[in-house]
Design a protein around this ligand. Structure first.
Ligand code: APR
Length: 170
């Protein structure tokens, strides 16, 4: 069962936290900014190495890749690129891919606990209620070995939206 909590994902004491990155992997605002600011330069250095290596063109929306978590309590950061909200194109499958691919990358590293932010629901303007609905569908089945998954909402209001969406879907 996915845990719904309000908090700051950089403080999560889990094996892996997921970053709401952009395709450049070179940082940004929101979750991305917080993770790089608090995690320290090691994370960006690892992202740069990925860009110099097999991710020369950056990360496509829906894909996920892991780096060190630097100074953060977590062991790894799994960077994923959410789709930007579109009123005319249904990109929800790509949003669900972010969760399932991030889980697969984390499980592949041996992570047993993973915390997610509400992907695409900030700068990428995805409506929060549907962002939660997509996350809950994608996080219904966990890969073997992952026994704790948390959705970390940034404020009480968003947590209440998430709890309402979960109650309505159960
Ligand atoms: N902890 C948990 N949640 C957070 C935090 C935090 N420290 N900071 C922001 N959030 C919440 C936002 O309120 C929003 O609900 O995370 C959700 C995702 O918001 P963004 O970080 O803006 O991510 P996203 O909408 O996926 O946009 C990604 O923004 O920061 C840039 O480089 C990033 O270009 C990329 C884009």
């Amino acid at each position: 069962m996915v845990e719904l909590v309000a908090g700051d994902i950089t403080a999560e004491r889990v094996d892996a936290i997921v970053n709401a990155a952009n395709s450049s992997l070179l940082g940004g605002g929101g979750v991305d900014g917080a993770i790089h600011r608090k995690g320290g330069p090691e994370i960006l250095a690892a992202c740069r190495a990925l860009r110099a290596g097999h991710l020369g063109k950056g990360l496509r929306a829906g894909q996920a890749v892991a780096t060190t978590a630097g100074r953060l309590p977590a062991k790894w950061v799994v960077h994923t690129v959410g789709p930007v909200w579109s009123a005319t194109e249904d990109r929800s499958a790509t949003l669900r891919d972010c969760y399932t691919n991030s889980l697969a990358v984390a499980a592949g590293l041996g992570a047993r606990s993973v915390s997610f932010p509400l992907l695409s629901s900030g700068v990428y303007r995805w409506p929060k209620d549907d962002a939660v609905a997509q996350a809950l569908v994608a996080l219904r089945d966990l890969p073997p070995g992952v026994d704790l998954v948390r959705l970390v909402l940034f404020d009480q209001e968003t947590l209440e939206i998430a709890e309402r969406v979960r109650a309505a879907t159960n």
